[in-house]
Design a protein. Structure first.
Ligand SMILES: C[S@@+](CC[C@H](N)C(=O)[O-])C[C@H]1O[C@@H](n2cnc3c(N)ncnc32)[C@H](O)[C@@H]1O
Length: 432
């Protein structure tokens, strides 16, 4: 492990250089850096040594942050990265700029890497390929290819140039070859997400329709979206396993039926069914999704026979009875009025004691979780705004959705299983 001590080396470097900066601030009476309203807005230091230490500290922090986040996060600049641009003063080498335009510019090299499918044209062994040959394979102008890749190496850790003029894979670029879902996630970002961030999804791509109806008529995009989603859910905290083990399924009577609404191709039902062999499952989704849904050979026989698929639009009244109506990662795609409608559509089949179980983000309040976690949640909240005009919801929002839907949704309980990114919101139907 040639990098075994790199993170400690960087941490030491950061401490040493931060000490130099701090000593300088103390000696000169400069105010300490702060984001308060009266904090200093220009951190340029008056001694060259202190300024060099500040720049070294930023460089080491960026590398430490990248190493701690890992290659997948480096491929998602908008969620995870600060932007760094060179500005005019001679000894200022780095300055942060968080404007959305800057995020977009920052992602340009990744966009070119996606469009020209560059990762697949670089050998996976450690021989490397000269820029000239790679440019030929990609049908690109060599100087521009070199500029784009050197930017991506520095900002996103995508590709490396250990020998001058030779491109080799990094962990992140190798992933783009080996995991098609990661490659699809890049495509989704450039073809759909950026435009949606600027204008809203429907204005950008599909006037008069929701993203779901747009996908219904654009199967290639639908497939890429579903694939990109699997790369997003590779985050351990989003595994359906937390729902399978974090809800008291065992307390349901044998033979109880769980209706998995918006259940896609059934992976959540399978996860729960595998843990709880006394339950049956009906996976519901839009007709075109259900028509593609098949449980693969990896699903055990004892599980397969307890999971069936039924097309059902949850904007229409529910027709199938069950003990639990599950909405996993569905409500955050819909504005409040539509979620209320989804819940009200259950009323024709609900019997006293039936449960509605939502498995979705329960937004923490400001500062309640680490800033790294809060950044990701707030990023997805804005993705929901731009794609669906919807939102991630706090505890009180969930409670008021159920109250607004019908006063017979009672005994609302909300908890977050240890380690899970999503909370569980349970309501019990009381018919009187
Ligand atoms: C974000 S996915 C969640 C899938 C799955 N529940 C999970 O946790 O991975 C949302 C699902 O809702 C489905 N959906 C969207 N509109 C729907 C509707 N009107 N009726 C039923 N399903 C719908 C989509 O096809 C998609 O499978």
């Amino acid at each position: 492990m040639k990098n075994a001590s790199r993170i400690l080396e960087l941490a030491t470097h950061i401490l040493e250089n931060t000490t130099v900066v701090n000593d300088h601030l103390t000696a000169t009476g400069h105010p300490q850096p702060s984001f308060d309203i009266d904090g200093p807005t220009n951190l340029t230091l008056s001694s060259n040594d202190a300024e060099k230490a500040r720049i070294a500290c930023i460089g080491a922090s960026i590398e430490l942050q990248d190493l701690m986040q890992g290659p997948i996060a480096c491929l998602r600049p908008a969620v995870n990265k600060s932007q760094h641009s060179h500005k005019t003063k001679p000894y200022i080498r780095a300055q942060t700029d968080e404007s959305p335009q800057c995020h977009k510019i920052n992602a340009t090299s990744l966009e070119a890497i996606y469009r020209y499918d560059i990762p697949s044209k670089v050998p996976l062994d450690d021989t490397g390929i000269p820029f000239r040959d790679l440019a030929e394979r990609c049908d690109m102008y060599e100087p521009n290819l070199r500029r784009v890749l050197r930017y991506a190496m520095l900002y996103h850790r995508v590709f490396r140039e250990p020998r001058a003029g030779y491109v080799m894979h990094s962990a992140a670029s190798r992933l783009l070859v080996e995991d098609p879902a990661m490659f699809d996630a890049l495509g989704l970002m450039f073809d759909e997400s950026w435009q949606a961030f600027a204008r809203g999804y429907t204005l950008a791509h599909s006037p008069s329709a929701t993203p779901w109806s747009h996908y219904a008529t654009h199967p290639r995009l639908a497939k890429r979206f579903a694939s990109a989603m699997t790369s997003l859910t590779s985050n351990a905290g989003q595994s359906p396993q937390y729902l399978a083990t974090g809800y008291p399924w065992a307390s349901l009577p044998a033979g109880s039926t769980v209706i998995d609404m918006g259940g896609s191709e059934g992976h959540v039902s399978v996860a729960i069914a595998t843990e709880h062999d006394h339950l049956r499952f009906v996976v519901q989704d839009l007709a075109d999704v259900i028509s593609r849904a098949r449980l693969g050979d990896e699903v055990e026989e004892g599980v397969k026979e307890r999971v069936r698929f039924v097309a059902q639009d949850f904007m229409q009244e529910q027709r199938v009875e069950g003990e639990v109506f599950l909405l996993r990662w569905v409500c955050h795609d819909w504005p409040d009025g539509y979620v209320v409608r989804i819940l009200r559509n259950l009323r024709p089949v609900l019997r006293d004691g039936d449960k509605v179980v939502v498995n979705d983000q329960v937004m923490p309040g400001v500062g309640e979780v680490s800033s790294v976690v809060e950044r990701q949640i707030r990023f997805f909240d804005l993705v929901m705004l731009s794609f669906f005009n919807s939102r991630e919801r706090e505890k009180a929002d969930w409670e008021s959705l159920f109250r607004n839907a019908d006063e017979r949704f009672q005994e609302i309980r909300i908890w977050v299983p240890e380690g899970s990114s999503f909370g569980i919101i349970e309501a019990t139907w009381r018919s009187h």
